[in-house]
Design a protein around this ligand. Structure first.
Ligand SMILES: Cc1cc2nc3c(=O)[nH]c(=O)nc-3n(C[C@H](O)[C@H](O)[C@H](O)COP(=O)(O)OP(=O)(O)OC[C@H]3O[C@@H](n4cnc5c(N)ncnc54)[C@H](O)[C@@H]3O)c2cc1C
Length: 337
C-alpha cells in the first residue's frame, strides 16, 4: 500500500504558496458556508476544487451524522480526493464544522491551472494519493458491503472495488456494524447488501451499478469525439493514456474489467524499470492511472468495446457493450493477449 501514496499521518504538510493561492482566487470564486452546512454528499459530482481560507471542514459519517475522523481541514488545506482528477463523484460527505470561507475552482479550470503549474500539481497530487491510501487502509468510505462472505454478487462488487483501489467498508452479516448500518438505512439486517451513502441501497448489486454511482462508468453524448480512444487499461493502455494526455491529446481509456489488466493481479513485479525493490502490479498501474488523469486522460469502466470501425482516413467509431458510441481520430488497441 505504501507504493500508492505516502502515509498521511506522517506526512509533513506542504501548503500551497501565496502565488498558487492567488491563481486559485483568479480562477475561482469565494464561497461561504455556515456552521453545519453540507458541502458535498456521497454521489455528488467531484466538479470543483475547494481551498479553505478560513474556518473548518469535517468528514461526516453518513450513517450517524458524527464527525468521521479527527482529521479536519482548516485554513491552507483543500477539500478534494482522487476522484476530482477523473471527474467521478464524491465518496464522502463533508460539511462546515464552523462558519467557513473557501475558494472554489471549477474542475476543468483547476486541471488547466495544474497543468500550467507543475509545482502546485505535485503538492495536490501527493496529498490526493496519500488520502486515497489512508481511505483504503481505514475502510472509511460511503460504499458499504454487508455479507461479502455469504453472497456472490456482493463479493463481485468487493473484488471490483479492491482491484480498482476503491475504498469500501465490509461488514460480516450479523456484526454490530452491519446491524447499525441496516438500522440507519431501514433495511433488513440479516441480508447481504451494498449501500452507498445513507440512502442508496443497490438492488441486485453489480460492479457496473456501483461504478455508475462512483462516476466511473460515464455517459457519453452519442458519437462524442475524442482524439485518442485506448481500448484496455492494463499497463500498455494506461501508459498510452499517460503519453497521449501529456501530449495534450483528449484521450479516453475504456476498460472492460479492472484498471491494471493482468498486471493488476500480480502481487510483485520485480522487472519494471524504476522500482528496484519491486511493486505490486495494482499499485504500479494505479500510479500510472493517476499520472494519466493528471494530464486530463479520462477512464471509463467497466465498459467493453464491442466493435471498432474505420469511417474514413482520420475517423474511427467504437461501439460499447451498452450501445453507446464514441468517435476518435486514433485508436490504441491494448487488450493484451
Ligand atoms: C499473476 C501475474 C504475474 C505477472 N508478473 C509479471 C512480472 O513480474 N513481470 C512482468 O513483466 N510481467 C508480469 N506479468 C505479465 C504482465 O502482467 C502482462 O505482460 C501485462 O499485464 C500485459 O499488459 P497489457 O496492457 O498488454 O495487457 P493486459 O494486462 O492483458 O490488459 C489488457 C486489458 O484490456 C482489457 N480489455 C480486453 N478486451 C477489451 C475490450 N474489448 N474492451 C475494453 N477492455 C478490454 C482487459 O480487461 C485488460 O484489463 C504477470 C502476469 C500475471 C497474470
Amino acid at each position: 500500500m505504501e507504493t500508492i501514496g505516502r502515509d498521511l499521518r506522517e506526512m509533513q504538510r506542504v501548503p500551497l504558496t501565496e502565488a498558487h493561492v492567488a491563481a486559485l482566487r483568479e480562477a475561482g470564486r469565494e464561497v461561504r458556508y455556515a456552521a453545519g452546512e453540507a458541502l458535498v454528499q456521497p454521489g455528488d459530482p467531484a466538479d470543483r476544487f475547494v481551498y479553505v481560507e478560513d474556518g473548518e471542514i469535517e468528514a461526516v459519517d453518513v450513517f450517524t451524522g458524527d464527525r468521521l475522523t479527527n482529521a479536519t481541514m482548516g485554513p491552507t488545506q483543500f477539500m478534494a480526493d482522487i476522484s476530482f482528477l477523473s471527474g467521478g463523484t464524491w465518496s464522502m460527505a463533508m460539511r462546515a464544522a464552523r462558519d467557513t470561507r473557501v475558494i472554489e475552482v471549477p474542475r476543468e479550470r483547476m486541471l488547466a491551472l495544474m497543468a500550467r503549474t507543475p509545482e502546485m500539481s505535485d503538492v495536490i497530487i501527493t496529498v490526493l494519493a496519500a488520502r486515497r491510501r489512508r481511505q483504503l487502509e481505514s475502510g472509511n468510505s460511503s460504499l458499504v458491503l454487508v455479507g461479502e462472505e455469504a453472497d456472490r454478487d456482493v463479493r463481485r462488487v468487493g473484488d471490483f472495488a479492491c482491484r480498482n483501489r476503491l475504498p469500501y467498508a465490509s461488514y460480516p452479516l450479523g456484526s454490530a456494524e452491519a446491524q447499525a448500518v441496516a438500522t440507519s438505512c431501514e433495511i433488513v439486517s440479516d441480508r447481504p447488501a451494498v449501500i452507498f451513502g445513507r440512502n442508496i441501497v443497490v438492488e441486485d448489486p453489480t460492479p457496473d451499478k456501483v461504478a455508475k454511482l462512483l462516476g466511473l462508468n460515464r455517459e457519453f453524448v452519442d458519437n462524442e469525439a475524442v482524439d485518442v480512444l485506448i481500448v484496455g487499461a492494463g499497463p500498455a493502455g494506461v501508459a498510452a493514456g499517460v503519453y497521449a494526455g501529456a501530449e495534450g491529446l483528449n484521450a479516453l481509456v475504456v476498460e472492460d474489467t479492472a484498471i491494471g489488466g493482468q498486471a493488476g493481479t500480480s502481487s510483485r513485479i520485480e522487472n519494471y524499470m524504476g522500482f528496484p525493490t519491486g511493486i505490486s502490479g495494482a499499485d504500479l498501474v494505479w500510479r500510472g492511472e493517476v499520472q494519466a488523469m493528471k494530464f486530463g486522460t479520462r477512464f471509463a469502466m467497466p465498459l467493453r468495446v464491442e466493435r471498432l470501425e474505420q469511417l474514413d482516413d482520420a475517423t474511427f467509431c467504437a461501439t460499447f457493450d451498452n450501445g453507446q458510441r464514441v468517435r476518435s481520430r486514433a485508436v490504441v488497441v491494448a487488450t493484451g493477449v
